[in-house]
Write a new protein. Structure first.
Length: 376
């Protein structure tokens, strides 16, 4: 039967695009349904400031009138200005286990990117590296934690068979709260606190004026601490505020930390309770259902996701990172957390990988891949 690829052009098409994700995970116990309202907001060209500098086009694949796949093509101008290249992206990829369907989806994405003068296709990113990204390639036996991706194993072959090659490997570490703090970490954080007058404070979510001031501080830290990382693109003012508004809704203020060295802000850490432990029960993806499950089950969450931990370059020799590692563990333990996931970590980030493995006894338990294909 013929396979037809259609552009998403109407609000009705967009809802089909979003809701089609459920088709590919029937019977999968590890699938965490996304909140439909969140997906609409993420793809809303008027509300999401990502589209102030970028373009996105969704496609749906049909066979015998039924949806059998989806994909989005992304042109991120800020990425190409930052890295001086012509990379386009694919994201939101879902597909039945048929190579022909996958090929036609990738072809649609490729042709759209070529029309815009791009010479490389990279992904998956939904829709940027500041959002969910990477294809799960190891660790299919557990649900994803908050804001991490999940997919069937056969997606690996669908992507590779189209001609994609490995671009960047990402790690997720599992940390056990009962033993992750090595003697070295406990000793080091105590020494450097005294030596460099290091202090840690939480963000105050109740004081809106102070919170907005701190959000601006965090934005500067985020853009400064990660600016030399592979694929990193600075978040714009509007993008950071958009992200902060979402995170404030689910964050524990006691786990959003600023670290100061001799009175100067040196870095920050953000950890989130793994709300996916709750949302996995929200089968329909409704906002009301998500709110109910969070209200009734959030106190039972036992996992923490450490999303970001960064120190400005000029403070990286002070040991401020060790203080943040220690603080996250202690605060998580007091909340009743039994384990954490640190993700995602670039495989080439030697300092972070060494710290997680040696100082925190972390073990890599999931791997994700970003792929490239030349299309020029």
């Amino acid at each position: 039967m013929s396979i037809e690829i259609k552009k998403v052009e109407t609000k009705q098409d967009l809802m089909k695009f979003i809701k089609s994700q459920w088709l590919f995970y029937k019977g999968d116990k590890n699938f965490v349904p996304p909140i439909i309202a969140d997906r609409k907001k993420l793809l809303d060209r008027a509300k999401n400031p990502f589209y102030m500098h970028s373009e996105l086009q969704e496609f749906l694949a049909y066979k015998d009138g039924e949806i059998v796949g989806r994909i989005a093509a992304v042109k991120n101008d800020n990425h190409n200005k930052t890295h001086n290249d012509k990379v386009g992206f694919f994201g939101f990829f879902e597909c039945v286990n048929e190579q022909e369907v996958a090929n036609k989806l990738f072809d649609a994405c490729k042709n759209w990117l070529l029309e815009r003068g791009l010479d490389t296709m990279r992904g998956p990113v939904d829709p940027s590296l500041n959002d969910e990204c990477g294809l799960l390639i190891e660790g299919f036996d557990a649900p994803p934690v908050a804001l991490m991706k999940y997919n069937p194993p056969y997606y690996i072959d669908l992507i590779k068979n189209y001609g994609f090659s490995d671009a960047m490997l990402l790690y997720a570490y599992i940390l056990k709260m009962d033993n992750y703090q090595s003697e070295k970490l406990v000793r080091m954080q105590k020494i450097v606190r005294e030596r460099y007058k290091i202090t840690v404070r939480s963000l105050d979510f109740k004081n809106k004026k102070k919170l907005m001031e701190d959000v601006q501080i965090v934005k500067g830290l985020y853009n400064g601490a990660w600016q030399k990382n592979w694929g990193f693109v600075k978040a714009t003012e509007e993008e950071f505020n958009f992200l902060a508004d979402d995170l404030v809704q689910i964050a524990d203020p006691n786990l959003v930390l600023l670290v100061e060295v001799n009175g100067k802000t040196a870095g920050f850490a953000l950890a989130l309770p793994d709300i996916n432990e709750v949302l996995i029960h929200n089968k329909s993806g409704s906002l009301l259902g998500a709110a109910w499950h969070l209200f009734t089950k959030s106190k039972k969450i036992k996992t923490l996701r450490i999303i970001t931990l960064g120190i400005l370059p000029e403070f990286r020799k002070t040991g401020a990172d060790a203080v943040l590692y220690y603080e996250i563990g202690e605060r998580g333990r007091k909340r009743g957390i039994t384990q954490g996931e640190a993700s995602w970590i670039l495989s080439i980030n030697a300092d972070m990988n060494n710290a997680l493995q040696q100082a925190m006894k972390g073990q890599i338990y999931k791997k994700y891949m970003l792929y490239d294909k030349s299309i020029g």
